[in-house]
Design a protein around this ligand. Sequence first.
Ligand SMILES: NC(=O)c1ccc[n+]([C@@H]2O[C@H](COP(=O)([O-])OP(=O)(O)OC[C@H]3O[C@@H](n4cnc5c(N)ncnc54)[C@H](O)[C@@H]3O)[C@@H](O)[C@H]2O)c1
Length: 354
Amino acid sequence: MSLPIRTMIVGTGGWGKTWCTQTLPKAIQEGLVEVVAAVDVNPDSLKTAGQQLGLNESQCFTDVKLALEETQPQICIIASPPHTHEQIAISAMEAGCDVLSEKPISDTLDSCMRMVEAARRLNRKMGVTMTHRFRQPIWTFRELVRSGDYGALDYIVMNFNWHRRDGLKERQAKMQDTMLIEGAIHQLDLLENLAGAHCESVYMDSWTPRWGNYTGSAQALLTMRFENSVRASYETAWCNASPQNSWEKEYIRAEFEKATIVLNRGQIEIFREEDNRLKASPIGTAAELKMNPKWGNDYLLDAFLHWVRGGQKMETDIESNLHSMILLFASIESSKQGVPVQIKRFARDQGIVC
Ligand SMILES: NC(=O)c1ccc[n+]([C@@H]2O[C@H](COP(=O)([O-])OP(=O)(O)OC[C@H]3O[C@@H](n4cnc5c(N)ncnc54)[C@H](O)[C@@H]3O)[C@@H](O)[C@H]2O)c1
């Protein structure tokens, strides 16, 4: 068995706390990683993380470059806010680390591109934690969609809606379009993944009602067409009166030639055409959820470490994930312009060839 990989974690409060209390302790126990440094600009979060990870004071830093110099990690995990990802990731890659960053890659498309270019130039591996794709019900749904058992895929409907009119955290309430950039990115990424092709064109109408404490848009309705002619409609809403379909409770319906498959609040039902012909109410059968040893970030860390050790590239490497970021910013552009946006043309206009 190979030696544990020397690991640094940057950003230990908020979602980073999940890394420090769940994902990393499990990986340490399995002998996959050795945490050699934790970094946070907030000394309180840092102190707690140090205790959770069993680090001594000399392994806890408020400065990324100093941590890199003094502890020489092999990999850097980034769980700080989106606008900080670029500087941290590039410093880590320049110091010889491979990087696993929390989504989104960054908060602007230019910044995402600089990170992609740095990974190419420095020949470093960089992965992105699109955690949502790798949760049990969604994974099971994705396997059914990809199985080929139901004929051609025609279109997908996805509803995500929640009551978070408070704007979540202060930094998020102030960040431009945070709920699209930090929230909708999960589902846009998932929609491309389910459709099985990149998005060709997108139309988005987005806004925030007066009862939402957000900067930019926190509600949006989208219509998408993918390169393989699959269509999708997607609702994302953070300011509703009730959480009908919030995180892990989304409604996703995939319409095939020979079946309708519905994921609703974690349960999957398959409605076959032959059982439903001319019926007034649908007749479905429940699908069993897939069993996996690991889900979410546990799975993603495993996939990343496997790649770092010379194995197969992880599914959500930065180059693949860039497509989801282009789709996200093309959607924002569509809402600004009030017209559908052709994704390839939008990318070319931003100087991106993909
Ligand atoms: N994969 C998922 O499902 C998931 C879920 C939630 C959040 N996230 C992502 O995780 C990231 C962090 O989100 P959050 O909600 O925890 O944010 P947050 O603002 O709550 O916490 C971020 C932490 O990073 C620290 N920090 C800020 N700037 C820093 C810097 N320059 N260097 C080091 N530390 C710094 C803060 O002090 C804080 O402890 C975001 O990119 C977010 O989108 C992912």
